[in-house]
Design a protein around this ligand. Structure first.
Ligand code: NAG
Ligand code: ZN
Length: 464
């Protein structure tokens, strides 16, 4: 297989991943460390479900299998981290009826010592990615990339061979996490690991979009790639993207991808050659227009109302609004999260790009979802159902978490922890972290975690 070294990683993803027009026999895996770009191609021959090559654990309690490696000497913290991972799995299986067990490879290690990532300004808290992205010909005939965890739930009669794990995640021991039982006032400086892990696992389950500004040209496209060197390239969506629509028109982003795919993607060109020919193409204004939507609040959503006719005008009730308030577009934060302004004080808060600096337990308590939907709110439930997961009708809290009422530290907490009345700043204020002045305090206050999409990996940064 020919790998063109001048072409950026996104082309490599296309080149090495999409080798056949139907279901692929090649899959893409990532090399450690998980937040970097390096990838490798592995063979994943087609197997049918009665093929014994795939063994599937069936016990109900074991639907989230955590393979945990703790690479620090602090055994007490190791125990706490492992507990959080198990608890996070319980919160997800309290909402989802998983048909096939999901295996999570998790590591807790010092990024500074291990990888030389020692930047104290922008500390990486952790990083999560689907173990494999698998190209699948969808019901509408389009090929989209699906994370393995999701594909497993669809119970396809035939599928590419799955890897040993579905989600790969690691957390940086060189930061301060807050664990259940720690004093609440320390949440101001430390991130609740459970909140972070549940959020990240939802990304790993398929809450991830291929639409982004790959070339920093203020235009967004799905990921460019190609099947083989003798076909032309194209833009590929992820499974998630099938459901994205513009508001209020109801126009699907897939129809925009179709328009963009009239642009011929040549294989043997450099990044700069790609950019200059794309800039001159009639497709560029389309991608530029969509960028304008992606930085305008309330204009892009994930359709959760089934059976709507195409191009029917839609309202906020039909969708879960995605994060389109950030200007400029922030890779990995924009679009790949729910709209913070809309959902900050609702039970659908979990997938906001910013971490609210209070624990998951308190956040659920504040919005009143402790005993109703838990961390996965009603719209997120519909979204996961639309992706293909089977959603349980009822929610029974698997674990009781502390909140202001169950804790004696009410006074300390009230003075140091934001309440749900603090709203994220509107887009004009959030548009540039560095340049901002008056809103900086508020902004940093809220934005202690940013998910940044690197390749298909979500890294969580802590910015203090
Ligand atoms: C949730 O239910 C439990 C058990 O019934 C109860 O103790 C707790 O107070 C409830 N929490 C909230 C926030 O309603
Ligand atoms: Zn995220």
């Amino acid at each position: 297989m020919k790998i063109l070294s001048k072409i950026s990683f996104i082309f490599l993803i296309g080149l090495i991943c999409l080798t056949q027009l139907t279901l692929s026999q090649k899959c893409l895996e990532y090399l450690r460390p998980v937040y970097r770009y390096e990838t490798k191609v592995i063979d994943c021959p087609m197997v049918s479900t009665n093929d014994k090559r795939q063994s599937i654990p069936t016990s109900n309690d074991l639907m989230f299998i955590i393979n945990f490696k703790c690479l620090t000497n602090d055994k007490i913290t190791c125990g706490k981290v492992e507990n959080v991972l198990i608890t996070a799995g319980k919160f997800i299986t309290a909402t989802l009826n998983l048909k096939t067990a999901i295996t999570v490879d998790a590591q807790f290690l010092n990024y500074c010592l291990t990888y030389g990532d020692c930047d104290q300004e922008k500390v990486i808290l952790g990083s999560t990615r689907p173990a494999r992205m698998i190209p699948i010909q969808d019901t509408d005939g389009k090929v989209r990339l699906y994370p393995q965890a999701l594909l497993k739930q669809l119970e396809l009669p035939e599928h590419p061979q799955y890897g040993p794990s579905d989600i790969i995640t690691s957390f940086n021991s060189d930061t301060n996490f807050w664990f259940e039982g720690d004093p609440l006032y320390t949440l101001k400086d430390n991130s609740d690991m459970l909140y972070v892990v549940v959020h990240e696992l939802i990304h790993g389950l398929g809450f991830t979009t291929a639409w982004r500004d790959y070339f920093n040209i203020q235009a967004i496209t799905p990921v460019p790639g190609y099947f083989s060197t003798d076909t032309k390239g194209q833009f590929f969506e992820f499974g998630f993207d099938k459901n994205l629509v513009l508001l209020p028109s109801g126009k699907s982003l897939t129809s925009i991808a179709d328009e963009l795919n009239k642009f011929p993607i040549k294989l043997d060109i450099t990044n700069n050659e790609f950019i200059s020919s794309f800039l001159k193409s009639p497709q560029f204004p389309i991608a530029k227009n969509l960028y304008k939507n992606a930085v305008t609040h309330g204009t892009i959503g994930f359709l959760i109302t089934p059976n709507l006719q195409p191009n029917t005008p839609i309202t906020q009730d039909d969708v879960i609004l995605l994060e389109t308030s950030l200007n400029p577009f922030l890779r990995g934060s924009s679009l790949a999260h729910v709209d913070a302004q809309t959902y900050f004080d609702s039970s659908d808060f979990l997938m906001m790009y910013s971490y609210p600096k209070i624990s998951l337990g308190q956040m659920m308590f504040n919005v009143g979802s402790t005993n109703t939907t838990g961390p996965i709110g009603p719209k997120l439930r519909l979204l996961l159902g639309t992706l293909g997961y089977e959603v349980k009708k009822d929610y029974i809290p698997p674990v009781k978490l502390s909140n202001l009422q169950s804790n004696n530290e009410i006074q300390a907490s009230k003075t140091s922890i934001p309440s749900n009345t603090i709203k994220p700043q509107p887009s004009a204020d959030t548009n540039n972290i560095e340049k901002n002045d008056s809103s900086l305090v508020n902004f940093n206050f809220l934005l202690s975690i940013i998910c940044i999409l690197l390749s298909f990996t979500y890294s969580i940064y802590s910015k203090y």
